[in-house]
Design a protein around this ligand. Structure first.
Ligand code: GDP
Length: 138
């Protein structure tokens, strides 16, 4: 099992000023930051990242949302990183997320849900490579 995952602090959380608090929760939960950057996705790059959702009715909304403003992308390291990080962020829909999770605290809706976390080791590697070169990892 891999020990890395990929997160994004999404445009809604950035705009609302939650980035610092979210990074604090991540570090306090025992994740080490391997790589981190702030950037804005173009609609094309956002569509590429979420290509798996292309056929979903909300794909257009998702691309608009994710390219609307800057994000922070980061590779995080911890034992069982993918599973533990999904626990820390909570369910996709903040209404269903457990108390104390990032999405419960900082997400507005199932569509605009503050953070991303990879859903498998395989995707964690693909998503880490999407944002970071080998030279940007420490
Ligand atoms: P995740 O792995 O928990 O992020 O959830 P999914 O892979 O199912 O969905 C990817 C992202 O698409 C979510 O994090 C939301 O930002 C967005 N999304 C999911 N469901 C909906 C929906 O019903 N409507 C809209 N507009 N966006 C959605």
């Amino acid at each position: 099992m891999s020990n890395r995952t990929l997160t994004m602090i999404k445009p809604d959380a950035m705009k609302n000023g939650y980035a610092g608090a979210i990074l604090d929760m991540i570090i306090r939960d025992g994740f080490r930051i391997v790589a981190l950057k702030q950037l804005q996705l173009t609609p094309e790059r956002a569509g590429e990242f979420y290509a798996v959702h292309k056929a979903r009715p909300f794909f257009g909304e998702l691309v608009e949302y994710m390219s609307r403003g800057p994000i922070i992308a980061a590779i995080l390291e911890k034992e069982n990183a993918v599973t533990d990080f999904r626990k820390l962020i909570g369910a996709t829909d903040p209404v269903k997320a457990d108390e104390g999770t990032i999405r419960k605290k900082y997400a507005a809706s199932v569509a605009e849900n503050a953070v991303h976390g990879s859903d498998s080791d395989e995707n964690a590697k693909i998503e880490g490579d999407f944002f970071f070169s080998a030279l940007e990892r420490y």
